[in-house]
Design a binder for this molecule. Structure first.
Ligand SMILES: *Cc1c(COP(=O)(O)O)cnc(C)c1O
Length: 379
């Protein structure tokens, strides 16, 4: 079945009894046993499982093409579950450009707990091969396209290096969504999402998930963490996320189309020093992105001529774009990343990150044109 059909039907069945076409929200935290002691609905207690979470997990597994998905209360909780499934002393490779919260969780929290996390430039697989420590490296964590510089990493190459060394390959697939990129089909062992972003798509629900390539011992450990640490999403959050999934393929198409037009416009604008968008043929990761993605996505970043001050001024002048953090929603957002990421960040000080929404691209381009200044940098 095609993704659009899966997205419309996965995790949704007409409810027995009421005939409800749209699922109900089950708020009950506890479920009755039958006289023989079994649980007819398969649910016992909501921290362990709940009908809305089970439906969401079924839909996420189906979209990523894995046998099992686990939903968490945030993307960070999903990332934490994966890192906690490792053992103190394990060596983990992460990309040098990636979501800053992943770096802080990995180094500040799991570093103290004994994980040995090393950051490498994964755009060149040779760097990753060189950094592997035989018998100690347990995980290669990939994020592609990466936040905020839209670096592209070859997922199949990372999975191959991981497997050659008996390690796992995990991919943070938040920016591409399962509509544009399916890491499990490229050999990855697990996929993580902040479902807060494109999957939720409306900037109104926080969530995360891990989808696994195999329902094996590692999957059982993650399931145990979800149960015992208890960072689970509420039934309403699961319901909202499932409600968003049928439109995901169509939203991704529009986000991608608009971002492509805006990237072309920006790449010719004299006030813009550099556009980071993998859809541009000049992007160093363009060929790999074209191979492993079915579209280049709705995220881009620009480096504004004139430094941090000029970039801040552009962010202050936009009228249609909203100056706010996060991404993947229906509305376009713009953000000066370095000031969010804090001191010591490798993000260039003149970088603005843009999440391209579902407004008409002509209006978005008009807004950027006025914010960048008609004659900026031309004379
Ligand atoms: C937002 C984000 C996260 C963290 O997810 P939360 O839902 O905010 O916890 C992780 N990775 C990427 C790429 C993100 O954009």
């Amino acid at each position: 079945m095609k993704l659009e059909t899966l997205a419309t039907h996965a995790g949704r069945a007409v409810e027995a009894g009421s005939g409800a076409v749209t699922p109900s929200i089950t708020l009950s935290t506890t479920f009755e046993r039958a006289p023989d002691g079994t649980y007819p609905g398969q649910h016992v207690y909501t921290r362990a499982s709940n009908p809305n979470r089970a439906a969401l997990e079924a839909a996420l597994a189906s979209l990523e093409g894995g046998p099992k998905a686990l939903a968490f209360g945030s993307g960070q909780a999903a990332t934490s579950a994966v890192l906690q499934a490792l053992a103190p002393g394990d060596h983990v490779l992460m990309p040098d450009d990636r979501y800053h919260g992943t770096r802080f969780a990995a180094s500040d929290i799991y570093g103290r707990w004994g994980l040995d996390v090393e950051y490498v430039d994964m755009t060149d697989p040779a760097n990753v091969s060189r950094a592997m420590r035989p018998g100690r490296t347990r995980l290669i964590w990939v994020e592609t396209p990466s936040n905020p510089r839209l670096r592209i990493t070859d997922i199949a190459a990372m999975a191959e290096i991981a497997h050659r060394h008996g390690a796992l390959c995990a991919v943070d697939n938040t920016w591409a969504s399962p509509i544009l990129q399916r890491p499990l089909a490229l050999g990855a062992d697990l996929v993580m999402h902040s479902t807060t972003k494109y999957i939720g798509g409306h900037s109104d629900v926080l969530g995360g998930c891990v989808v696994l390539a195999r329902d094996d011992a590692f999957a059982a450990r993650l399931k145990q963490e979800q149960l015992l640490i208890g960072s689970v999403p509420s039934p309403f959050d699961c319901w909202l996320l499932l409600r968003s999934i049928p439109t995901l393929p169509y939203r991704m198409r529009a986000h991608t189309e608009h971002a492509g037009l805006i990237a072309s416009f920006l790449s010719e604008h004299p006030a813009v020093e550099r556009v980071n968008y993998p859809g541009l043929p000049s992007h160093p990761g363009h060929a790999i992105a074209a191979r492993q993605m079915s579209g280049f996505g709705g995220m881009l970043s620009i480096e504004v001529r004139g430094g941090a001050e000029a970039a801040m001024a552009v962010a202050a002048r936009v009228k249609l774009f909203i100056r706010a953090t996060s991404l993947g929603g229906i509305e376009s957002l713009i953000e000066h990343r370095a000031s969010v990421e804090g001191p010591g960040t490798p993000t260039p000080p003149n970088l603005l990150r843009l999440s391209i929404g579902l407004e008409h691209p002509d209006d978005l381009i008009d807004d950027l044109r006025q914010a960048l200044g008609e004659s900026g940098g031309r004379d």
